[in-house]
Design a protein around this ligand. Structure first.
Ligand code: NAD
Ligand code: DAU
Length: 350
């Protein structure tokens, strides 16, 4: 086994009971056999202990339920665990929910990020802030955003993520704080909550239920496998330069329709299940990132091809009904039912 690069030995990961956080935690524990990790997660409707089952090196992992927006929760976790670095993934992440109710997005994504920044500054710790391509807004002109492109978020989720990024850059500039920001394109893979496109469509396709495409379905997203994103985060944690923004992308846009057609093929479902419903308000048509500098400076590149990855991902959801049941709490099902019913009704001619 290759010797791992110099790295922190005690890493606190916020949001690790979620989709990307749990994939990152798995890589962290297996890539660095001497690392101790703490999950710090509020277990909102999106966070589940099931995502932390069968961790490699589970004896080096501890779980702490806590809220990033509560300074006392964060202070206690820091005092008990004594982290050497923090990777911050905890967030409210669903664009549709942010349009309906901004409050939790402001609380967690803005205030919670400042709470963590303050705690890390006091303790002198590196903070890796995990952000998104959505902060740049619509790239319909097709020009990939670079890390210095102006932020023009289109929805409340993206605006609160942009605010978190700006607070982190301000802390770097004002206090010389060790912050590293990462921005990534859409992720896919196992353990994504089935309110997001790929798991939702996989499960509905298999059940023979309508597949609600927002608007014309020609919006373009650049899907990156979650394990490739996790590898990038590990590199940013170990080798990222303070004050820099790193991009992770697959560099291959696909329309939502193409993605849902690929899901139908993988699930053995009829494409006639596809149904066009009311569009997302302010829906961005295209996201695209220039990740040349990251590939060069972090020696990172994606390894997973979408064509193989999407088949494996759809299969994962279909082969893990116990996981699907475990994460489908009332907060998820009520939202999904209302979202589908309202969009379908809005689209139907009166
Ligand atoms: P997710 O919704 O699956 O998980 C979010 C996790 O954060 C959950 O475990 C939840 O319980 C936890 N959480 C929420 N509020 C919290 C709070 N106040 N305190 C502590 N924990 C809290 O999200 P995800 O898709 O895994 O995204 C993780 C991060 O990556 C987010 O910051 C997101 O903005 C970013 N990101 C996601 C994508 C994507 O395609 N999913 C792409 C780029 C960036
Ligand atoms: O781009 C990165 C972002 O990707 C992350 O920052 C977000 O946290 C993450 O949730 C994801 O946001 P999206 O809005 O792109 O993900 P979602 O899966 O909700 O939607 C993907 C695309 O599919 C989007 O264009 C909306 C569309 N869509 C989504 C759903 C749930 C549909 O057409 N129908 C649907 O039912």
């Amino acid at each position: 086994m290759a010797t791992p690069p110099p790295h922190p030995r005690r890493v606190l990961v916020t949001g690790a009971a979620g989709f990307i956080g749990s994939a990152f935690l798995r890589q962290l524990l297996s890539a660095w056999p001497d690392v101790q990790a703490m999950t710090f997660d509020a277990l909102t409707y999106a966070g589940h202990r099931e995502n932390l089952e069968d961790l490699p090196g589970a004896e080096r992992h501890t779980f702490r339920q806590g809220d990033v927006a509560e300074g006392e929760d964060v202070a206690r976790a820091f005092a008990d665990f004594a982290p050497e670095a923090v990777v911050h993934l905890a967030a409210e992440t669903h664009v549709d929910r942010s349009i309906l109710d901004p409050a939790p997005f402001l609380r967690t994504n803005v205030h919670g990020t400042q709470v963590l920044l303050d705690a890390c500054r006091t303790a002198g710790l590196r903070l890796v802030l995990v952000s998104t391509d959505e902060v740049y807004g619509d790239r319909s002109d097709g020009v990939p955003a670079t890390p210095t492109t102006a932020l023009r978020p289109s929805n409340t989720y993206a605006a609160t993520k942009a605010a978190g990024d700006l607070l982190a850059l301000a802390a770097w500039r004002t206090h010389g704080q060790d912050v590293v920001i990462t921005r990534c394109t859409n992720n896919y893979g196992p353990r994504q909550l089935p309110e997001k496109l790929i798991p939702l469509m996989s499960l509905r396709a298999r059940a023979g239920e309508p597949l609600p495409i927002y608007g014309d379905g020609l919006q373009v997203r650049d899907w990156l496998h979650v394990d490739d994103h996790a590898a990038g985060l590990l590199a940013a944690l170990a080798r990222g330069e303070a004050g820099r923004v790193y991009h992770f992308a697959a560099n291959r846009g696909r329309t939502n329709l193409e993605v849902v057609q690929a899901i139908c093929a993988a699930a053995g479902a009829d494409e006639r299940l596809i149904e066009h419903v009311e569009d997302r308000p302010g829906h961005d048509r295209l996201y695209t990132l220039d990740d040349d500098a990251t590939r060069r400076d972090l020696d990172w590149a994606p390894r997973r091809a979408f064509k193989a990855g999407i088949g494996e991902t759809v299969a994962w959801y279909l082969e893990n009904p116990a996981w699907c049941r475990a994460v489908a709490g009332e907060g998820l099902t009520t939202f999904l039912e209302a979202n589908y019913r309202d969009r379908q009704a809005a689209e139907r001619p009166s």
